[in-house]
Design a protein around this ligand. Structure first.
Ligand code: DHB
Length: 312
């Protein structure tokens, strides 16, 4: 018998699977589909102070292997999601609140509201949205990121939280980001990675991009980003061993979940494959993960979590 149970700080989950923010996360109908699915936890769409309608369509494109999105943060405003979480049965699985920072003052107002709400536990603060025209991905600007963590997060939210990070590509950038994270003790987990920002594909029948916003530039998800995500999970876990990692990127099978956990993830989020094929993929992925564990003689996720470098 093996157990797929996992933990993130105080949050206990029956299994490591969660949706990625943005997928099955925008309306209460979608969120209930996640709640009643076989996932171990679920997460809301990244929310902002005010509701947003998002970018002009088409803002999402997919094929059998990848997706490109520039949704532009369409969401119902943070109170829709905090009220949804407040109404959940406390014994149900955990629902993470995702908050996107597009404006420090607005995020400060959201934090003022949730600071004393016990039902919001371990919110995921998204500092990596690539899809707001004219705005940078906050985590790529180290000074601005540190300013946000110091003057917004540290001052307004005295509880544990996580950061959703964009992918990094050079060892020196991992050192920069880890140094910043080390200075903010309430950061308890990192979600690695958001989509690979500002990619482009072209529809040669029209000579246009496959999505409309930002001249076709959008965030890449799916199969191509699995190695990028694994590298980010691995490198950040090596540099920051006391911080938990949620692996996200390119997962569509039990084997992919196994790889994320092997390089250091405590749990995983699934975006592109979940959006394409729906929550019914979750029991299959869990079965596949269990089959790999049985074949290797592992009984718990801890038996192989983070063990990648020990096997070299
Ligand atoms: C959106 C995309 C992201 O990658 C993200 O982190 C937040 C929002 C979006 O376009 O809606």
């Amino acid at each position: 018998m093996c157990s797929l149970a996992t933990k993130l700080g105080p949050i206990k989950m029956n299994n490591p699977i969660c949706n990625a923010s943005g997928v099955y996360s925008r309306t209460s109908t979608e969120l209930y589909k996640m709640m009643f699915s076989h996932s171990g936890s679920f997460i809301t769409k990244s929310s902002t102070f005010n509701p947003r309608t998002g970018n002009p369509t088409p803002s999402y494109w997919e094929n059998n292997s990848i997706s490109i999105n520039s949704m532009g943060l369409p969401n119902h405003g943070y109170r829709y999601y905090t009220d949804f979480i407040e109404d959940l049965d406390k014994d149900e699985k955990h629902c993470f609140l995702s908050i996107a920072n597009i404006d420090n003052d607005e995020t400060g107002n959201i934090l003022d509201y949730i600071a004393d709400k016990d039902y919001i536990v371990y919110p995921e603060i998204n500092v990596s949205c690539p899809n707001i025209p004219g705005k940078e991905q906050l985590a790529y600007n180290y000074n601005e990121l540190d300013n946000f963590l110091t003057h917004v997060m540290d001052e307004k939210y005295n509880k544990p939280y996580g950061l959703k990070l964009p992918p990094f590509f050079d060892p020196v950038h991992f050192m920069f980001i880890a140094n910043i994270i080390n200075q903010h003790k309430n950061i308890k987990y990192l979600t690695c990675v958001n989509s690979v920002g500002n990619v482009l594909d072209v529809d040669i029948s029209t000579n246009k991009g496959v999505i409309f916003p930002k001249n076709g530039l959008g965030g890449l998800g799916g199969d191509y980003i699995l190695p990028v995500a694994l590298s980010n999970v691995y490198q950040l876990k090596q540099i920051l061993p006391n911080i938990d990692i949620i692996g996200c990127g390119g997962i569509k099978s039990g084997e992919d979940v196994y790889k994320h956990i092997l390089v250091g993830a405590s749990m995983v989020q699934i975006g592109t494959a979940l959006n394409r094929d729906g929550p019914n993929i979750i029991p299959r992925i869990l079965r596949e993960l269990e089959d790999i564990m049985i074949e290797k003689g592992y009984e718990t996720l801890d038996d192989f979590k983070g063990k990648y470098n020990e096997m070299q």
